[in-house]
Design a protein around this ligand. Structure first.
Ligand code: ADP
Length: 483
């Protein structure tokens, strides 16, 4: 097969900069695509964390005036990724979270920061870097959405284009008045163009003009065509259903490998499941919970936001206490939820352990040591933590939505008999339905052979990038075009 050159455009990429699953995908997909004959370069903003990680670089493109300052593109490789880094200090030389100021509000110039990303991506797509002229430009989420608008309105030949939605809840909406300053024509401001409920929609731009749209699970691809999950874009998505497809995410199975994981207390395999007990004890220790091998230890690794449904879990803390379960929660986000969980841990230190923050090492230990991982999301495009849980033998208890519905098989008589059950699902996404799921999981937990079967079946599921990479590679070949 002839190799295809692709430019991936993402505002975050693991292991350099990450706020969520988008970074994981942007970091793991290019190496997986390599095996499918796709040569990917990733364009990422030059935040301090990215520039600091780069070794030797070449300047491959310069843009003297880019929204109030000079910009250039550096080419370099780090962590197995071939990168183009958009070095524009006036836009990106800010440490910390890539989108928000230290006080938690959005950077006021986000419109220009991510217009710059799209504008440079489009330039590369149209041959600005002669040594790498992509046949496919693949933009991720709103931050990269304007790429496809710049390509479209340039009126020049363009490569094949793909827009991937990792989360439709973030539309990247900005005031109409900025259109000229961004450098797009006034006639782009129509319902058929960039107009999104009176503003400029970056994500809408990508969805409108890309040759193909993907999202990160088949169920979410269906859900976003309906008003409930469509975030005001369901009409557009229904209109483009013929080019919309759901491709499940994988996880990096080297990074997430219980047999070799240096971040956990004791590596283990499916054949030495008993060794998980060492991780469970370490996890209980880390959360100052009493070492109770027989208590069902629930784990959570999550942003604390409305989407993730952790208020529904909070409503079930009395149940967790009365059932004699334990909870180890790692997360950060909404102040109110953080305080609610902190208070619960303070009142019930023997059963509830809470770490507020972001901690990659601890996330691994939770997967290795908890008995079940709870993911009660109200909506979930794909979800990665349940995939890690499957791989680490933590039985997922998940809401029946989006990618959670597609990746976890609910334990019932039929699926248990057929040894295909891997977890517990609940619907609708309410605290009562979650309560039933917790009770059901707790009963299963006390039936040791059944629980072990759930664990080993889950650990045997292929959660790698192998199948998704093949599906993306097929898509790339469908759209590939010389610019
Ligand atoms: P989202 O991208 O919506 O936050 P995903 O499940 O797709 O949710 O991806 C979340 C990723 O971020 C996972 O890799 C998960 O392990 C990680 N993560 C989330 N919260 C934390 C945290 N507090 N500490 C460490 N890792 C976290």
């Amino acid at each position: 097969m002839t190799p295809v050159r692709a430019l991936s455009v993402a505002s975050e990429v693991f292991p350099l900069i990450k706020t969520g699953g988008l970074a994981d995908v942007a970091g793991a997909l290019p190496p997986a695509l390599m095996a499918e004959g796709i040569e990917t370069r990733t364009l990422v903003p030059g935040y301090p964390a990215v520039l600091g990680a780069l070794g030797a670089t070449d300047e491959v493109f310069a843009l003297p005036g880019c929204y109030g300052g000079p910009a250039r593109v550096l080419s370099g490789s780090v962590a197995g990724l071939d990168l183009f880094v958009l070095d524009a200090p006036h836009l990106f030389a800010r440490p910390g979270n890539p989108y928000v100021m230290p006080d938690g509000t959005d950077w006021r110039d986000n419109v220009f920061r991510f217009a710059a990303l799209g504008r440079v991506a489009a330039a590369i797509g149209q041959g600005a870097i002669p040594a790498f002229v992509p046949q496919v430009v693949h933009a991720h989420d709103w931050q990269a959405g304007l790429t496809h608008a710049f390509l479209h309105y340039s009126g020049r030949p363009q490569p094949g284009t793909i827009m991937t939605v990792h989360n439709l809840a973030y539309p990247g909406k900005f005031p109409q008045e900025l259109l000229g300053e961004i450098g797009l024509p006034a006639h782009a401001f129509t319902m058929d163009g960039l107009e999104f409920y009176g503003g400029i929609g970056f994500l809408k731009a990508g969805l409108r003009f890309a040759d193909r749209i993907t999202t990160v699970s088949p169920t979410y691809a269906r859900e976003i065509q309906e008003p409930d999950a469509g975030m005001g874009l369901d009409g557009l998505l229904r209109g483009r259903a013929d080019v919309l497809r759901g491709i499940l995410n994988g996880i990096d199975i080297t990074e997430w490998n219980p047999a070799t994981d240096p971040r956990i207390a004791k590596p283990f395999t499916i054949a030495q499941l008993a060794d998980r007990a060492v991780n469970k004890a370490a996890l209980q220790g880390r959360f100052d919970l009493p070492l109770r091998p027989d208590a069902c230890l629930l784990g959570v690794v999550s942003r604390l936001s409305w989407q993730k449904g952790l208020d529904l879990l909070a409503a079930n803390l009395p149940l967790i206490l009365s059932e004699g379960m334990q909870l180890a929660l790692l997360g950060s986000g909404e102040h109110e939820l953080q305080e609610q969980y902190r208070a619960a841990a303070k009142s019930h230190p023997e059963q509830i352990g809470v770490v507020i923050g972001y901690d990659e090492d601890l996330a691994h230990l939770i997967q290795a040591g908890s008995d079940a991982l709870v993911v009660p999301s109200r909506f979930e495009p794909c979800g990665l933590t349940q995939l890690c849980a499957l791989r680490y033998g933590a039985v997922p208890i998940v809401a029946q939505v989006g990618g959670l519905a597609d990746t976890v098989t609910d334990a019932n008589e039929v699926t248990l008999a057929g040894t295909i059950a891997t977890g517990v699902q609940f619907a609708p996404v309410t605290s009562n339905a979650l309560a039933d799921a917790l009770r059901r999981a707790h009963l299963l937990f006390h039936d040791k052979p059944v629980w072990q079967k759930l664990q080993t079946t889950g650990m045997s599921v292929d959660v790698s990038w192998r199948t998704p990479a093949r599906q993306y590679a097929d898509l790339y070949r469908e759209v590939a075009r010389a610019p």
